[in-house]
Design a protein around this ligand. Structure first.
Ligand code: ATP
Length: 299
């Protein structure tokens, strides 16, 4: 049992349930792509100071919800707040400055920068790739020394200091995830949103990565992460929110959620006796392989 979920004791395992101390609150958030409602969330609360996992089958709307909450996409309707202040129409870099940051996978542009350059860019907030691909050197200000000091401390913490001058593109999958996390911490966020922190990570590095995610909570931050790796979800989540077809279909502790028929439904599309713990070895792997095949065919 994770150490820090006492603040959620007594919270009902129900979709959209109200939490005792929410850092994020949202209502009636919708985002449509053509005829498809990618996100259709009636009510959402993220409890402060704990690790919340956002899970759901492919296409459930998890990434879209991440993008909406952090200002990288605009919903068709809905309202949401961070620390009690509305984030409607607030651009992503300002959301980051207020203390809510999401990680990004390394883009082509970022891969061509060194590790320390990536870290320094993290300090500028999140302005998207256009900003990052701009001639960034001119933008370093008197803040540079302080930023470099913080960057070096974070690189040491995440054991990336030996890679300081290497191109980010040369890092292993696990090291990239560490860099994404370290870069996000440059703005000292209260809420850190991790996009599939275990994707592409060598099993040998997984425990170390789990430890780093827990350390974020242990130093008082709130963590929200999207993940398909059910072992990780079970190991470190204090709370789990399940999406399917744009909606929140279940919430609860990992145990509650993984034995919830609505969750089994969401993954399998029908009532089934299978425990969700078996899903990562069967359905989820099959889905992942199908996705890889598809990428190989189209990419
Ligand atoms: N920019 C877009 N244009 C059109 N459709 C989109 C766009 N972004 C997402 N979608 C669609 O919205 C739905 C939700 O996608 P989203 O990526 O949010 O799901 P997800 O839960 O993150 O999935 P995965 O686990 O596979 O990453 C999918 O059907 C997807 O195809």
């Amino acid at each position: 049992m994770p150490a820090d979920n006492h603040s959620l004791a007594g919270v009902a395992a129900e979709p959209g349930v109200v939490k005792p101390d929410p850092i994020v609150k949202g209502s009636k958030i919708t985002r449509q792509f053509g005829g498809l409602k990618a996100v259709d969330v009636e009510h959402l609360e993220i409890q402060r100071g704990v690790i919340t996992a956002l899970i759901g089958p492919n296409g459930a709307g998890k990434t879209t919800l991440f993008n909406l909450l952090t200002g990288f996409d605009v919903p068709d309707s809905g309202e949401w707040s961070f620390n009690g202040t509305s984030l409607q129409k607030v651009p992503a870099y300002k959301v980051a400055r207020r203390g809510m940051v999401r990680t990004f996978q390394l883009t082509k542009v970022l891969s061509k920068l060194t590790v320390i350059e990536n870290m320094r860019l993290g300090a500028t907030g999140q302005r998207g790739e256009k900003f990052w691909s701009a001639p960034f050197r001119a933008l370093w200000s008197s803040q540079e020394d302080a930023n470099t000091k913080r960057a070096d401390e974070l690189l040491a913490r995440f054991k990336l200091d030996a890679k300081r001058e290497d191109f980010a593109g040369s890092l292993s999958g696990g090291q990239r995830k560490l860099l994404e996390m370290a870069r996000s911490l440059m703005v000292d966020p209260e809420l850190i949103m991790l996009d599939e922190p275990m994707a592409g990570v060598n099993p040998a590095l997984k425990q170390s990565l789990l430890g780093h995610v827990k350390s974020l909570r242990d130093e008082g931050r709130t963590v929200l992460f999207v993940e398909h790796d059910m072992d990780m979800v079970r190991d470190i989540s204090d709370w789990v929110i399940v999406m399917a077809q744009g909606q929140i279909v279940a919430e609860g502790t990992p145990d509650q959620v993984m034995s919830n028929p609505a969750v089994i439904d969401a993954y399998l599309g029908a009532h089934h006796d299978t425990d969700i713990t078996e899903l990562d070895e069967s359905s989820l792997e099959a889905a992942a392989e199908a996705e890889l095949d598809e990428e190989a065919t189209h990419g």
